[in-house]
Write a protein that binds this ligand. Structure first.
Ligand code: ADP
Ligand code: ZN
Length: 740
């Protein structure tokens, strides 16, 4: 916590005074900055958060730098907020992300500023904390001052510091004035979130110790990327906790990105056990006041370790010393396009690497099945790599078998093959737990008329409605549209002819209830209301052995550790391959490895059964043989031959609007003005596979370019030539992961 306002002032020497014209970046999706005059008696610097007039309202923005222009022609900055300036590296990140993702810097700044409550005055329940900063050389150290400095090695309440060092308040005030200790004001809520690196954790195994010390060697103040690859259950978390401890000791802040905040419960308790305190959690379900308190705690350096989803990356860390991206291959790190707005579409792992680069700090990417992108970077020597090849302790990897579904005819309403049923029986009779994985929410993915085949579709989207029996309605998974199941068919007027087709997790529960009436069965999906709390309760019940059979979608696949869970059954292992996009094979492999990795994580030996109709596919073969290297090698060759990422670049353009003619008009303009140069190829426009979402028509273009091209510059120029049409959105997705 060695950050003071003065430190920031040293970062940028420019001070702007009355008579200067400055550029102010506003958190709005507009190009560039707006110019404002510095008012009489105002003194500003880059990064200052200011209130400025915009048309007939006031808005908060950030001073970005000096402007050229006529001072008199501009409106005045209304006031400077009494807050620390946005650190230089945060401002650099805004510009970097905007350039890379071809978005406006204002849209990126909006993610940094988060919510306007951040800029409302703090309530009075805040407390002053003090901590030592490196002592200035020229101060006089008295005995009393020495006592204070010895105690203030970690943040303490002022009263606590007085008590523990047995001095008067004036001694402390003197030290604050001399700059030897730092006083920050934080909310009461975060007082207990000061992890202690000296708190004892588990002793590491030999392997873990070797890997941890290799990682810790890299934790110097310079940019480096290291992949921590380790099989599921090898103790990657415990190992990177050592890296966290090292950086806490150095006195810097640490950011840990997790793909699924629901998986953080077990993570949090392990963290608390290791460091004696909880970290700051940052996610979308935080209340506004917590959001404000945490934002400030990060900004003033009092929040030491922050764990969160994508958006935690944009917090205004003044002194970040390490980033860890856990499950770095996970698709949910990708922020996808919003339905109605031009949001910033980015991959949080990639932006985290950029943040580390800008801040000149190390970053660790952890995974059991790293993304191909990361693996190629390791191969090229750009990233380092350390490996844990065995599970921790006595646990061994689970036995994995494939069930060839072509050999079985299942009865109607049944999705479990005989070998899987037997395996579940075995697990339950041994008083162990089983998990059935099906990545489909709801009861049935399709409802059709038995008589004429008419399918119930969303009136607003190109999508079938999904039957959700728990809420008693049919739901569209794209726009959220809800309706009761009709009693007569719209096409043939037949009564009560609609039938559910295919299984979702809710339907699987029925099947299981018939076959295992005494098993305590629960569902885990991402669509339960109060998702985070509900999922966390389930996890606790699972740990307490109050559940025998857990049925769930991919929220269940990540990170969890249940000692009694010895059987994982995958109902439809081929599911991810349908409609296969660029990464379908890779993603299926990663997901299935990850689900499988939940099984047998302690002394009980684990089993995994995959139901598939394509036992000879390369994914299934790689999973059985366990030959991950070979799988990735073949996958990489496929991509290399077709110049696909990471051997080439892709940018997708999605054009959408309520009026199809307008959408087509823009798409055709894009086509005619498309860049025509070597090594760039523009595919489309075509109607998107999801041709309509929430009444908005969608078309797509795909730009394919070689790695040598600065594709962002090309696309930016191209888009600037388009005459926009009201109501038509052009969204740019650099490095797309979704092709629908
Ligand atoms: P991974 O992230 O590689 O799947 P985890 O870090 O979740 O693995 O570790 C798997 C399990 O083993 C966890 O329950 C963890 O607490 C335990 N574990 C790992 N390393 C140790 C250790 N050195 N001492 C005690 N328990 C450990
Ligand atoms: Zn819909």
């Amino acid at each position: 916590m060695s950050i003071t306002t003065d430190d920031f002032q040293n970062q940028s020497s420019d001070v702007f005074l009355s008579g200067d014209l400055v550029r102010v970046l506003l958190p709005l999706p507009i190009t560039g900055t707006y110019d404002y005059s510095v008012g009489p008696n105002q003194q500003l610097q880059a990064g200052d958060i200011v209130e400025v007039p915009l048309k007939n309202r006031h808005i908060y923005g950030v001073v970005w730098g000096i402007a050229n222009g006529n001072f008199d022609k501009h409106r005045f900055i209304s006031r400077r907020l009494d807050l620390l300036p946005l650190p230089l590296v945060s401002r650099q990140l805004v510009d970097w992300v905007a350039t890379y993702t071809i978005s406006s810097p204002g849209s990126v700044l909006k993610m940094v500023m988060n919510t306007s409550i951040v800029f409302k005055p703090m309530p009075l329940d805040q407390i002053a904390l003090v901590t030592a900063v490196p002592t200035p050389i020229n101060i006089k150290i008295t005995e009393a001052r020495r006592r204070v400095l010895n105690v203030a090695i970690k943040p303490l309440l002022m009263t606590e510091l007085i008590r523990q060092s047995n001095v008067s308040a004036s001694v402390i005030r003197g030290l604050v004035k001399a700059g030897a200790i730092n006083r920050v004001v934080v909310s009461r809520r975060i007082v207990n979130a000061f992890p202690n690196w000296q708190h004892a954790g588990f002793p590491l195994s030999n392997d873990q110790m070797i890997v941890a010390s290799k990682l810790c060697c890299k934790l110097v103040n310079e940019f480096s990327v290291n992949l921590l690859e380790g099989v599921t259950g090898s103790g990657k978390t415990e190992v990177y906790f050592e890296a966290i401890a090292e950086v806490l000791k150095q006195g810097h802040q640490i950011l840990v990105l997790l793909p699924e905040i629901s998986m953080s419960l077990q993570w949090l308790s392990r963290f608390e056990r290791r460091f004696g305190a909880l970290p700051i959690e940052w996610h979308s379900e935080l209340s506004l006041t917590l959001r404000r308190d945490y934002w400030h705690a990060v900004a003033n350096g009092s929040a030491r370790v922050i764990v969160g989803a994508r958006s935690a990356l944009y917090l205004p860390y003044p002194d970040l010393g390490l980033i860890i991206v856990d499950e770095e291959h996970d698709a949910s790190f990708k922020q996808e396009a919003d339905l109605y707005h031009n949001n910033v579409i980015y991959h949080a792992r990639d932006m985290a690497v950029a943040r580390a680069f800008l801040g000149k700090i190390p970053i660790i990417l952890a995974s059991a099945t790293p993304s191909l992108e990361t693996q190629i970077n390791v191969k090229n020597g750009r990233y380092g790599k350390v490996c844990l090849s065995n599970r921790y302790g006595d646990a061994s990897m689970p036995n994995l078998d494939i069930i060839d579904m072509r050999l079985y005819t299942l009865s109607r309403q049944s999705w479990l093959s005989p070998p899987l049923v037997t395996a579940i029986e075995d697990a339950l009779s041994n008083r162990e737990q089983a998990m059935l994985f099906l990545n489909r929410r709801g009861y049935a993915p399709l409802t059709l008329c038995r008589k004429c085949g008419f399918r119930l579709k969303c009136p607003r989207c190109t999508a079938c409605l999904v039957d959700h029996r728990q809420i008693g309605k049919l739901q569209c998974h794209h726009c959220g549209y809800l309706m009761f199941k009709p009693t007569t068919c719209n096409q043939c007027n037949d009564e009560n002819s609609f039938v559910a087709c295919g299984p979702g997790v809710e339907r699987l529960v029925e099947d299981v209830a018939v076959k295992f009436p005494f098993a305590r069965t629960r569902i885990m999906t991402s669509d339960t209301p109060n998702n985070i709390r509900a999922v966390r309760e389930l996890i606790v019940d699972m740990e307490r052995y109050e559940i025998d059979l857990l049925i769930g979608t991919q929220v269940m696949a990540k990170g969890h550790h249940f000692p009694l869970l010895t059987l994982v059954g995958v109902i439809d292992a081929d599911q991810g391959m349908v409609g296969g996009d660029l990464r379908a094979t890779e993603r299926t492999f990663q997901l299935l490895s990850q689900v499988s990795g939940r099984s047998g994580r302690e002394t009980h030996k684990g089993r995994v059964l995959l139901q598939t109709y394509q036992p000879e596919s390369k994914v299934m073969q790689a999973l059985i043989s366990g030959n991950k290297e070979q799988f990735y090698h073949v996958e990489a060759e496929d991509r290399r031959i077709s110049n696909m990422p990471p051997f080439g670049k892709l940018v997708a353009l999605i054009i959408s609007g309520y009026n199809l003619v307008d959408v087509e008009h823009i798409a055709i303009q894009l086509f005619h003005l498309a860049p025509k140069c070597e090594n760039i190829c523009v595919l489309g426009p075509v109607l998107a596979p999801l041709a309509m979402v929430n009444d908005r028509h969608r078309m797509r273009l795909l730009v394919k370019a070689s790695n040598t091209i600065k594709i962002q510059d090309v696309v930016r120029q191209w888009i600037s030539k388009i005459c926009p049409l009201n109501g038509v959105l052009i969204q740019i997705d650099v490095d797309p992961y979704s092709f629908v």
